[in-house]
Write a protein that binds this ligand. Structure first.
Ligand code: ADP
Ligand code: MG
Ligand code: MG
Length: 213
C-alpha cells in the first residue's frame, strides 16, 4: 500500500553491496525512517531473489530493542524499497575507525546488547550470518541495532552455503563444513577483540593468511 509518493527523500545514509540507503520522512505522520533501495536489475543479474525475500520476511518478523525494525516494503518499475527504522548515529564501524578503539565499558555494553539480540534471533531459529561492524548500527540514544539480514536464514537444520565476511568467519565456515547459529556466536569473540584493540584478531595481508590464522 506504500509508494514513493508517501515519502520525502533526504540525504544518503550509506551504501552496501547492492543497496543504497536514504533518510526519508513519511509525509502524513512526519515519521523519520531509512529507505533501502535495491535495483531490480541487480537482483536479476546476481540472482538475489532468495536472499532479498529472506531479508524482508525474516527482518520484518523480528521485534527486539537491539534488532533494526523493518516496517514494510514496496516497489516500482525499477526498484524495491525497504522501509527501515532509522539508526541516527550510523555504523559502529565508523565509530571504531574514528576513535581507534572503545573503552572496556563501551565494548561491554555493545557486546551485551549484541548477545541479547542474537539470543532472541537464535530462539526463533534465525541465524544472521553477517555480523560485522558495518552491519551494527546505533540509534539516537546510542543503542546497538543489528541490521542487514541479507544473509540470514530461518532454519532448524545445519546449513551449507558459505557466506559472511572474511575476518568474522567461524572456522567451520572457513573449512566449508555445515554450520548453524554458532557462527553468529563466534563473531561475539571477534568483535569483543576488535572493539578493545581496534583491529579484528585474524586480519592479515592476504585472504589466505587470514584463513590460516
Ligand atoms: P547491504 O545489504 O548492501 O550491505 P545495508 O543494509 O547493510 O546494505 O546498508 C548499507 C549501509 O547503509 C549500512 O552499512 C549503513 O551505513 C547504512 N544504513 C543502512 N540502514 C540504515 C538505517 N536504518 N539507518 C541508518 N543507516 C543505515
Ligand atoms: Mg551491509
Ligand atoms: Mg545485505
Amino acid at each position: 500500500q506504500w509508494s514513493l509518493h508517501d515519502f520525502d527523500i533526504g540525504r544518503p545514509l550509506g551504501k552496501g553491496k547492492f543497496g543504497r540507503v536514504y533518510l526519508a520522512r513519511e509525509k502524513k505522520s512526519k515519521y523519520i525512517v531509512a529507505l533501502k533501495v535495491i535495483f531490480k536489475e541487480q537482483i536479476e543479474k546476481y540472482r538475489l531473489h532468495h536472499q532479498l525475500r529472506r531479508e524482508m520476511e525474516i527482518q520484518s518478523s523480528l521485534s527486539h530493542p537491539n534488532v533494526l525494525r523493518l516496517f514494510g516494503w514496496f516497489h516500482d518499475g525499477e526498484r524495491i524499497f525497504l522501509i527501515l527504522e532509522y539508526a541516527h548515529r550510523g555504523e559502529i564501524y565508523r565509530l571504531l575507525r574514528k576513535s581507534g578503539y572503545l573503552s572496556e565499558k563501551q565494548a561491554a555494553t555493545y557486546i551485551a546488547s549484541l548477545t541479547q539480540a542474537l539470543a532472541y534471533c537464535h530462539d526463533k531459529h534465525v541465524i544472521h550470518r553477517d555480523i560485522k561492524p558495518e552491519n551494527l548500527l546505533l540509534d539516537f540514544e546510542g543503542r546497538l541495532k543489528i541490521a542487514d539480514f541479507g544473509w540470514s536464514v530461518q532454519s532448524r537444520s545445519k546449513r551449507h552455503t558459505m557466506c559472511g565476511t572474511l575476518d568474522y568467519l567461524a572456522p567451520e565456515m572457513v573449512e566449508n563444513k555445515a554450520h548453524d547459529y554458532a557462527v553468529d556466536n563466534w563473531t561475539l569473540g571477534v568483535l569483543c577483540y576488535e572493539f578493545l584493540y581496534g583491529v579484528p584478531p585474524f586480519e592479515a595481508e592476504s585472504q589466505k593468511d587470514t584463513f590460516r590464522r
